[in-house]
Ligand binder design. Structure first.
Ligand code: PEP
Ligand code: MG
Length: 538
C-alpha cells in the first residue's frame, strides 16, 4: 500500500483499477537482477506481446490506409525477430545481470546509432524504427502499454499531466477518476473532472515508474489522497464512503424540478457549463435550467483540421434542440493559452495566456470566425441560442465583432437562409472589461463573468502554474469588488449579469452572490443541485 497526497479538484471517492496514461518520463533505470534466465523469459514474453500488437496494428492499418502504408508494422515485427538485436539484449542481461528494460533500451540506442551512421538512406531511416520497437517492448515490460482511450474499461487515469485535447478524446463514461503529477486546480482538465463529477487529484508527487496499469487504487477527493494497492480495510472503508456519497446524491434528487429561488422569493437563473454535445446529458440529468457556457472551442480540439461550418452547425443545432427552448449560451472559440491546436499554427509564444487567443484570433482571422458565426446563426432557429464573446477588453472590439456579424447576416440573407437574432453578450474576464463595463453594458445584451481568467489577470497569477495554486485566491476582495461593479453597471443599463467561471459554484460565496445581485450562475452540471440547495437556503 502506498499513499500520496495531492490537491483535490473534485470531492468524490472511488476505488478502481489504474490505467497509466502516456507522457511520463521515458528514462529507463538500470537495476541489478539475480535470475538472468527469468529476466530473459520476461523479455521474450514482452517481445511476443509486442509482435501481437504490431500484427493488430498492421491489420487495422491495411483496412484503413491500405497495404503499402501498413507495411511498416510488418517491418517492425521482423526487426523484433532479428538475431543480432536479440543476441545483444540477452547477452547484456546474462553478462551484466541487468534488468530487461535497461538491456532493451541500451541495445535500441546502440543499434539506432549504428544505423544513423550508415551511408545508405534506407538504412539511416531504420534508426527511428529500432528506437520505436525498443520503446514498445519497454512499455510492455513496464506495464504501461498502448492505450486505446476509445475502447478502455472503466479505470482511474494516472498520468504525468493531461492536456485538454487528450482529455477530450477519452470516453468519459469509462473514467472513474484522474490523478496527475502536474496540472493546476484551475486548468481545463480540472474543469473537465468537475464536469464529469469524478474524483480528481493533481500535483501528486508519485513516481510513475512504480505504477502499473491494472493496479488497484483509491482516489479520495475529500482527503486529497491516492492510495495504490490499498489493503482490505481501506477497500471496505472506501466502499462504505462511496455508498454514503450515493445516498447524499439521492437526497439532492429531491431538488430536481424545484425552483431556484431565495427564501424571500428572488429567482436566480441556474445554468450549467458544457464542453461538448454529449455533456448535455449531464445538464439534463442534474436539472440545469439552461446552458450558461458552451465552450465551443472543444469542438476544435483533438483533431487535425478545422471543424466544418456544417459540423459546427449540427453540434449547435443538436444542443439547442435537446435543451428544448431553454437558454443555450454558446461562447465563440477560445483557442490559445492552454488550449493549443496544431492546425491553427499559433506559433510559440513566451506568454500564451497573455497572447494570441480567443477573440483576438477571431478578429485577426475573420474567416475562421465567420465560419463559426454562420454555423451559430443557422442554428438559432432550432432553440433559444445566445452568443457570447470571450476575452473582451474594449468597446472597439465589440463594435468590430458586430461589423463582422452584420457581414455574416448579409451573406445568410443573400443565400436565403433564415435565422433569429440571438442575444449577444460578452465574457467579463479581463480587468479592462470590468473598468469599462458601464460603456460595454450599453452595447451588449448581457455579461457573464469568467472568474477563472479574471482572477488570473487581476492577481497576475498564471492559472496553469500549480506552484501558484496557494496564491490563486478568487475570494480576494479585488475580485469580489469587481463582480459587484460589473453587476451594478449591467443593471444600470437594464442588462443581466452572471458568473460562468468556477467561482460561481463556490458554496461559501452563494449568499454573497445573491446579495451582490447576480442574476445568473452557470456551474458544472455536477454542482447544479448543490448550488440550488444553497440558494434556496439564502
Ligand atoms: C473563465 O475564464 O472563468 C471562463 C469561464 O472561461 P475558461 O475557463 O474557459 O477560460
Ligand atoms: Mg476564460
Amino acid at each position: 500500500m502506498q499513499q500520496f497526497a495531492g490537491k483535490s479538484v473534485f470531492k468524490g471517492i472511488v476505488l478502481g483499477p489504474v490505467l497509466l496514461f502516456g507522457g511520463q518520463d521515458d528514462q529507463v533505470r538500470r537495476k541489478k537482477i539475480e535470475d538472468a534466465e527469468a529476466e530473459v523469459s520476461r523479455m521474450d514474453a514482452a517481445r511476443e506481446k509486442a509482435k501481437n500488437q504490431l500484427q493488430a496494428l498492421y491489420d487495422k492499418a491495411v483496412k484503413e490506409v491500405g497495404e503499402s502504408s501498413a507495411a511498416i508494422f510488418e517491418v517492425h515485427q521482423m526487426m523484433l525477430d532479428d538475431d543480432d538485436y536479440l543476441d545483444s539484449i540477452q547477452n547484456m542481461i546474462r553478462s551484466e545481470l541487468v534488468n530487461a528494460e535497461y538491456a532493451v533500451a541500451m541495445t535500441g540506442d546502440n543499434f539506432a546509432e549504428m544505423f544513423a551512421n550508415m551511408d545508405d538512406d534506407y538504412m539511416k531511416a531504420r534508426a527511428a524504427d529500432v528506437k520505436d520497437i525498443s520503446n514498445r517492448v519497454i512499455r510492455i515490460l513496464e506495464g504501461r502499454e498502448d492505450v486505446d482511450m476509445s475502447s478502455m474499461d472503466p479505470a482511474i487515469i494516472v498520468a504525468d499531466d493531461l492536456s485538454p485535447s487528450e482529455t477530450v478524446q477519452m470516453d468519459k463514461e469509462k473514467i472513474l477518476g484522474f490523478v496527475t503529477v502536474h496540472g493546476s486546480t484551475n486548468s481545463h482538465t480540472a474543469i473537465l473532472a468537475r464536469m464529469m463529477n469524478i474524483p480528481a487529484l493533481i500535483g501528486v508527487p508519485m513516481d510513475l515508474n512504480q505504477i502499473r496499469t491494472g493496479m488497484t487504487a483509491v482516489v479520495d477527493g475529500f482527503e486529497g489522497t491516492v492510495t495504490f494497492e490499498p489493503d482490505e480495510e481501506l477497500c471496505a472503508e472506501t466502499r462504505k464512503k462511496m455508498e454514503e456519497e450515493q445516498e447524499k446524491l439521492r437526497l439532492l434528487e429531491d431538488l430536481k424540478g424545484q425552483e431556484t429561488v431565495t427564501k424571500d422569493g428572488r429567482k436566480i437563473h441556474l445554468y450549467a457549463n458544457i464542453g461538448s454535445v454529449s455533456d448535455v446529458g449531464y445538464v439534463l440529468e442534474n436539472d440545469g435550467e439552461g446552458i450558461g457556457l458552451f465552450r465551443s472551442e472543444f469542438l476544435y480540439l483533438g483533431r487535425d483540421d478545422f471543424p466544418s461550418e456544417e459540423e459546427q452547425f449540427q453540434a449547435y443545432r443538436q444542443v439547442a434542440q435537446t435543451m428544448a427552448g431553454k437558454k443555450v449560451i454558446i461562447r465563440t472559440l477560445d483557442i490559445g493559452a492552454d488550449k493549443q491546436v496544431d492546425y491553427f499554427n499559433l506559433g510559440k509564444e513566451d506568454n500564451p495566456a497573455l497572447g494570441y487567443r480567443a477573440i483576438r484570433i477571431c478578429l485577426k482571422q475573420p474567416d475562421i470566425f465567420k465560419a463559426q458565426l454562420r454555423a451559430l446563426f443557422r442554428a438559432t432557429t432550432f432553440g433559444n441560442i445566445s452568443i457570447m464573446y470571450p476575452m473582451i477588453t474594449s468597446v472597439e472590439e465589440v463594435k468590430r465583432i458586430y461589423e463582422i456579424v452584420e457581414e455574416v447576416k448579409k451573406e445568410l440573407d443573400e443565400a436565403g437562409i433564415v435565422y433569429k437574432n440571438p442575444e449577444q453578450g460578452i465574457m467579463i474576464e479581463t480587468p479592462a472589461s470590468v473598468m469599462v463595463s458601464d460603456e460595454l453594458a450599453e452595447i451588449v445584451d448581457f455579461f457573464s463573468i469568467g472568474t477563472n481568467d479574471l482572477t488570473q489577470y487581476t492577481l497576475a497569477i498564471d492559472r496553469q502554474n500549480a506552484k501558484l495554486d496557494d496564491f490563486y485566491n478568487p475570494h480576494h476582495p479585488a475580485i469580489l469588488r469587481m463582480i459587484k461593479m460589473v453587476v451594478d453597471n449591467a443593471h444600470k443599463h437594464g442588462k443581466w449579469a452572471g458568473i460562468c467561471g468556477e467561482l460561481g459554484a463556490d458554496l461559501e460565496l452563494t449568499e454573497e452572490f445573491v446579495r451582490i445581485g447576480l442574476d445568473e450562475l452557470s456551474v458544472s452540471p455536477s454542482m447544479v443541485l448543490k448550488v440550488r440547495k444553497a440558494i434556496r437556503e439564502c
